[in-house]
Design a protein around this ligand. Structure first.
Ligand code: 3UK
Length: 510
């Protein structure tokens, strides 16, 4: 039996996470807190149904994709749940992507409507023909000004609810298709068993809502229990994060390891932080170094529960828990998920033996949109290959030992070495290059580029600066090489293929 067998066939995620609270008498609970306003579940439900009615009025049908390029805030929440309420498919898009990437995401999901913030993107310039564009003012007016739909679309629990875009091995966007029941399953697993979230909780996520991690942290986990999300539209600098925590006093705090390291560095510089209202800190996106865990506990008195999740599995499936915690590890399986480690021959690995991590649970994606072959490589019946190398210790804690591909996790986000190399190669002074991950002083991975200059181009600090600036124009900031090392030539196989692993051994990889 799978978790969602507990749900009726007819199930609409927006009705569960928003509408249900009104029916069950929680209309006055606060759903969203921002610097500007508080929004109750009653207000949110009206806006969500208003937005759904506006979609129907605009000729949007079941299954149509609604792309959202919006900062964290009320409108993103209304757009996301409003699309699902109408039986359409919500596609929150990473607002930090370069225009070319945004265009590729939109071309792939082929939305009927793009809701965008004009300060973040030029909607009409990005959307293809046949796609309507509403800027945030218009979307807000329509949600408020349209008589709310009388109810939520009668979708199936296995119908499409939302897509989230992840990055493939060459940097191409991959649309991960999630169903109506998936977020509900995450609440029955990580939400109940690790967060133990209740209606009095206040959730603040440094990771934004367009990431699968942030979407759970500050939308469906709090909305599962009628709790509140603290939403902040701005850039999460340490100062801004400390200010949000001071002002809105979250009880659950979520970040990626890089964010914790940056907050600690700011504290070292004398920034004042008050985490006295926080009862639990969580981390995901990349491994949390034990040193960051220890420093955070010294500074705030709070442990950080590291857990591994993926866009494909929707949220976290292995995690440390209060009372079952080992710094540096990914913890143990979250109740509701099964994990297996298979060594090369396909046999179950013994404790201590490294192998490929597979996961089974009912929140796993249906498939990759428009990517049939990639889907078949990832899914094996009920199981999904995560692409991670893992081992389990004799006490049942799981430890990550790297990836089975060359992909890097930088600030919790995917970096494809191939994509960074392609950007650098485009510069006329670069003959060849290779990018590998290297740990910084905090034990967090950043990209290191090895470059062989063209004959005649001098391997100088000036050239390194030029290449840094060149990369910055073409790539999202976290993808830009932290270090550039010039070599006369790169190590290659007999057939002329660049050997990234040789370079990896020359640095300090994870
Ligand atoms: C890596 C980790 C070690 C790992 C995510 C929480 O990160 C999320 O999703 P993505 O699709 O990436 C998935 C991959 O990232 N990873 C994530 N967390 C950890 N490695 N320790 C960790 N704690 O390679 C995994 O396969 O971007 C995280 C919730 C939802 C998510 N989507």
């Amino acid at each position: 039996m799978r978790a969602s067998d507990h749900l009726p066939d007819r199930f609409n995620a927006a009705e569960w996470f928003v509408g249900r609270h009104v029916v069950e008498g929680r209309a006055a609970n606060v759903a969203i807190v921002t610097d500007e306003a508080e929004t109750t579940y009653g207000e949110l439900d009206s806006l969500v149904r208003g937005f759904a009615a506006a979609l129907e009025g605009a000729g949007i049908h079941r299954g149509d994709r609604i792309a959202l390029i919006l900062p964290d805030g009320l409108l993103l929440s209304v757009g996301f749940w409003g699309a699902i309420a109408a039986g359409a498919v919500a596609v929150p898009v990473n607002t930090l992507l370069k225009p070319e990437k945004l265009r590729a995401v939109l071309a792939d999901c082929d939305p009927r409507l793009l809701v965008f913030d004009e300060r973040l993107a030029d909607g009409p310039a990005l959307a293809g023909g046949g796609c309507a564009c509403w800027e945030r003012g218009e979307a807000g007016r329509r949600a408020r000004g349209t008589p709310p739909a009388s109810g939520y679309a009668a979708t199936h629990r296995d119908g499409f609810a939302f897509f989230l875009y992840s990055s493939g091995t060459t940097g191409e966007p991959k649309g991960v298709v999630h169903l109506q029941h998936d977020a509900w399953v995450c609440c029955r697993t990580y939400g109940e068993h690790v967060l133990r979230i209740g209606p009095a909780d206040r959730c603040f996520s440094v990771a934004k809502l367009f990431f699968a991690y942030g979407l759970g942290n500050a939308q469906y986990f709090p909305y599962d229990v009628g709790a509140c999300a603290v939403l902040f539209p701005g850039r999460p600098t340490p100062e801004a994060v400390f200010e949000q925590v001071r002002r809105h006093r979250p009880t659950l705090f979520f970040g990626v390891p890089t964010a914790y390291a940056q907050l600690l560095a700011a504290m070292d510089r004398g920034a004042s932080a008050d985490f006295s209202g926080v009862r639990l800190c969580a981390s995901a996106g990349e491994a949390l170094p034990a040193s960051v865990f220890e420093k955070w506990r010294e500074r705030t008195g709070l442990p950080i529960l590291d857990g591994i999740g993926s866009t494909e599995i929707c949220h976290i499936f292995l995690s440390n828990r209060t009372g079952a915690l080992r710094a540096g590890s990914s913890g143990k399986p979250v109740p509701g998920y099964e994990v297996r480690i298979l060594e090369e021959s396909g046999r179950e690995a013994r404790p201590g033996e490294i192998g490929d991590l597979l996961v089974r649970g009912d929140s796993t994606m249906a498939f990759y949109w428009n990517k049939h072959e990639a889907t078949k490589r990832a899914l094996e019946g009920d199981w999904i290959r995560t692409g991670d190398k893992y081992h389990v210790d004799p006490d049942g804690f799981y430890w990550q030992d790297g990836r089975s591909d060359d992909m890097l996790k930088v600030s919790g986000q995917w970096v494809s070495p191939v994509e960074v190399e392609a950007a650098l190669i485009a510069h006329s002074a670069v003959l060849e290059c290779a990018v590998v991950g290297e740990q910084d002083a905090d034990g967090l991975v950043k990209p290191h580029a090895f470059v062989a200059p063209r004959p005649g181009a001098a391997a100088t600090e000036d050239l390194a600066d030029t290449l840094r600036a060149f990369a910055k124009d073409r790539l999202e900031p976290y993808k830009c090489p932290r270090w550039i090392t010039f070599l006369p030539e790169l190590p290659k196989t007999a057939t002329g293929k660049i050997q990234r692993y040789v370079l990896r051994q020359s640095v300090s990889p994870r």
